[in-house]
Design a protein around this ligand. Structure first.
Ligand code: ATP
Length: 808
């Protein structure tokens, strides 16, 4: 009886809140429109109304004062408009679903129990004092995420507030209608989470505000660490937590933090589009998103063709039979290691005293300034000055030298020669300049005279003499300047440093390497690693594993580029970054805090970094004192049955906890041959679609296998398959055929592992790739083979899956 009355009361309250929202919207509507008009109007009339009078000092002051005043009025209007518009938008967003939670909190020492309704943004009564709805990011709202009913406390800027939570309730309100209501006893009631997780996958990620779990809330609200590391099982909500954290930070620091001061590094461009709707859905602007590859391309892309991580991955997966394979792998590993990082730092120290390499600065096949001269200059400065600072001194000196040489060059024979080949436009340009310089000359007349003179139709008269000489001087200055311009530009960009030579200089014999870097040793197969690296460099190409160290060395020499605007960086799939890359990000964004989220269980790249635990090299980046580590072991994406299966694929996977959402066990289908396998996959695709699953992925190991699967399945009659490659810009709903490494970070209703045979997955380094592929499934997982099963599957208890065998 009580429950029903409470349902009715809730319905009534919802109606009241909606009414308040509607009237709030209606009240603001004219103002929002009007303010906008006013602001544009003032902007338009700004200069009309202000006359700048500079005749006397007082006039000038007066003008200045008026402008400042006008500007202040305008800024205030604009601020007010932005504030009101935001309020108006928030109310609009709340209207279809004003809140999702409620807690009744009895604060210690207070008489009344406060009813706190929580939604995606705050809504305050017209009196401006009482909250109808609290934003989920307010301090009091953290009670909802952190505690079951009973004793509870939350932190405010003024200190900790304790009390008793007497009720915790969740709502599902859609289109303004109350659909469900749950009273929960343990953290956030699993019922709502069950419902949310049971839904279909989308081509865009969803916000999780209504069901954030306590362990995720700790990550979202942590605001003390310089470095925050999250190791979380597949599907444990790392990416979700990261995005909610961005929204939280933007709210908490709204006075001084803007979305463009936050950068998210994502695994690939497709992922960017996948997560791009979460923040706007929460009423916040999107942070900046980029990939590390984009960064490398920006700085090295002009000089080198840089392999990307996906091509490197393809090589690792497919080139076992090629000569030099083992050496390349050893190289990849070594070049991502802390040892190599130290080696480069040691090398830079060595270069401080000797060994720098510079290129000759050449001009018209002549050496203007030789590399040796540059080198002597560098080492002529006080050796205790930092190398980048000395390089800057050299750069300054070179620019001066170029100015001197440029002057010298003006009298050279080639310049006169060039003058004959100038075209009319160039003459006009010089002439214009001369005209401006001399002011008094009539341009058209002088231009005519100059032309006549140069085609020798007209003898110089006395009056022409100075002018012609000056003209010639100017022309030759222009010609030389023009031709020197690339040299100056090059010097400004440090192209006089032989970076290619310096980097390849590392890849010599072991003795020299040890001497230059101070390292104790080299990795196995060093001579081969050296050969491969140098071959690539000769062709102006860089292996993916070389790109970051190369850039790192470049910065050790040239000095570091920094971005001091950015305050927070987020690295998703953080296990795939090398220590080099972390060092880099730290240097590049000296004023930023870092949040790294990843899963070592999905470390599919050879240069992976273990993020968690006392042995994590990441602890050193900002020091242990400034670092917090979090572990997420509960997996939310997949059904209980899928998690129980996939966690057995990983050593140490027992620690992963499945969320109690039930579904069908993974299905393992063993077919007699490839044709039968393809037929079976086609049948299953049709069946899954008929069951209502709209986002399905056929996951392969490599790009080649993807193409093959796509062709076979399309030839077999599957219509509208989407063939995903590393160049696909965005995810779409439908049936995708996709290599595992591109499916990272995203999820599908159903996953079909195209070939789970030992031919495809057997090496230990393929285990995590296989695990990553299987953990993309939310509701259904099906594996296929036309022969035996990969040893990874053989290790799983038969109870945990269904098996079908068809040999005919
Ligand atoms: N608290 C939550 N409430 C509702 N859904 C959640 C919650 N946490 C996670 N999820 C859902 O679980 C799925 C996996 O989340 P997410 O992609 O953030 O995990 P992840 O740890 O980044 O996964 P992976 O490392 O496997 O890519 C998503 O569908 C997400 O919406």
């Amino acid at each position: 009886m009580e429950k029903v009355s409470s349902w009715e009361q809730e319905q009534e309250w919802l109606e009241q809140v909606k009414e308040k929202l509607k009237s709030g919207i209606a009240n603001l509507e004219p103002e929002v429109g009007q303010l906008k008009e006013q602001a544009t109007d003032i902007r338009r009339r700004f200069w009309e109304e202000v006359t700048v009078n500079t005749s006397t000092e007082e006039d000038f002051e007066e003008s200045f004062f008026t402008i400042t005043q006008q500007d202040a009025v305008l800024s205030e209007r604009e601020r007010s408009h932005a504030r009101k518009l935001r309020q108006w938008k928030n109310m609009q967003r709340l209207l279809p679903s004003p809140y999702f939670g409620r807690i009744d909190f009895h604060e210690e020492g207070q008489k009344a129990v406060e009813q706190v309704y929580i939604g995606v943004s705050s809504f305050i009564e017209e009196d401006g004092l009482s909250f109808v709805v609290y934003d989920w990011r307010t301090p009091i709202a953290s009670l909802y995420y952190d505690y079951p009913p009973g004793k509870a406390a939350f932190d405010t800027p003024g200190g900790r507030i304790s009390g008793t939570m007497e009720l915790k309730r969740q709502y599902q309100i859609r289109d303004g209608q109350l659909r469900h209501l749950f009273d929960s006893s343990v953290t956030i009631g699993d019922e709502l989470l069950q419902q949310v997780l049971g839904k279909g996958a989308d081509s865009q990620m969803k916000s999780i505000v209504a069901t954030i779990q306590a362990e995720q809330n700790a990550i979202i609200r942590n605001d003390t660490s310089r470095m925050l590391i999250v190791q979380g099982a597949a599907g444990s909500g790392k990416t979700s937590a990261a995005l909610q954290r961005v929204a939280y930070l933007l709210y908490k620091h709204r006075e001084r933090l803007t979305a463009d001061q936050i950068v998210l590094f994502s695994p690939n461009p497709m992922f960017n589009s996948y997560v791009s709707t979460v923040l706007p859905e929460l009423g916040e602007e999107n942070m900046q998103q980029t990939t590390f590859q984009e960064y490398l391309e920006t700085w090295l892309g002009r000089d080198y063709r840089i392999e990307d991580s996906f091509d490197q991955m393809e090589y690792v997966l497919t080139a076992q039979q090629e000569e030099g394979y083992e050496a390349r792998l050893k190289g990849v590993e070594y070049k991502a290691s802390e040892a190599f990082l130290r080696a480069l730092q040691g090398y830079a120290q060595w270069l401080k005293l000797e060994g720098m390499l510079f290129k000759d600065i050449c001009f018209r096949d002549r050496v203007l300034i030789s590399g040796e001269q540059i080198k002597s200059k560098l080492y002529s400065y006080d050796l205790s000055i930092r190398l980048p600072n000395r390089i800057t001194l050299v750069q300054k000196w070179l620019l001066e030298e170029l100015t001197r040489l440029q002057k010298q060059e003006q009298g050279a024979a080639w310049v006169e020669e060039e003058m004959n080949y100038l075209d009319n436009d160039q003459y006009a340009e010089v002439h214009g300049k001369l005209h401006r310089e001399q002011g008094v000359f009539d341009f058209a007349e002088k231009y005519l005279r100059l032309q006549e003179m140069l085609v020798h139709k007209r003898q110089l008269d006395e009056g022409d003499f100075d002018y012609a000489e000056r003209e010639e001087e100017l022309l030759s200055e222009m010609i030389v300047k023009e031709q020197f311009r690339p040299l100056r530009r090059g010097v400004k960009k440090f192209t006089f440093i032989d970076m290619n030579g310096l980097y390849r200089g590392l890849f010599t014999d072991e003795r020299a390497y040890r001497e230059m870097t101070g390292e104790a040793g080299v990795p196995e197969l060093w001579p081969e690693i050296c050969g491969q690296t140098k071959d690539k460099l000769s062709g102006q190409e860089l292996f993916y594993e070389d790109a970051t160290p190369y850039l790192y060395l470049k910065e050790l020499i040239e000095g570091v580029r920094t971005n001091t605007q950015v305050r927070h960086i987020f690295v998703d799939e953080g296990q795939d970054y090398s220590m080099f890359q972390y060092e880099f990000l730290k240097k590049l964004f000296p004023r930023a805090r870092m949040t790294v989220l990843g899963d070592f269980g999905q470390a599919i790249f050879t240069q992976a970094t273990n993020l968690y635990g006392s042995s994590s090299p990441l602890l050193q980046l900002y020091g242990e004192e400034e670092t917090s580590q979090f572990l997420l072991v509960r997996s939310y994406r997949s059904t209980f049955e899928i998690v129980e299966f996939t966690k057995r694929l990983l050593p140490g996977g027992e620690a992963i906890v499945a969320f109690e959402r039930r579904g069908r066990k993974p299905v393992l289908a063993k077919l007699g041959n490839d044709e039968l396998k393809a037929e079976r996959i086609l049948e299953d695709l049709a069946e899954l679609q008929a069951e209502g699953y709209s986002s399905i992925a056929v996951i392969t190991k490599t790009a080649d296998e993807s193409r093959e699967a796509y062709e076979i399945l399309t030839a077999g009659g599957a219509a509208g398959l989407l063939h995903i490659t590393k160049d696909t810009p965005a995810f779409k709903k439908g049936v995708q055929v996709i290599p595992a490494y591109l499916a990272k970070g995203v999820e599908f209703d159903a996953v079909l592992i195209y070939d789970a045979s030992p031919q495809t997955y057997h090496r230990e380094r393929e285990r995590k790739l296989f695990y990553t592929a299987c953990t993309r499934a939310m509701h259904r997982l099906q594996l296929y083979t036309a022969g035996e099963w990969t040893p990874f599957v053989n290790g799983v208890d038969g109870e945990l899956y269904e098996q079908t065998v068809a040999t005919l």
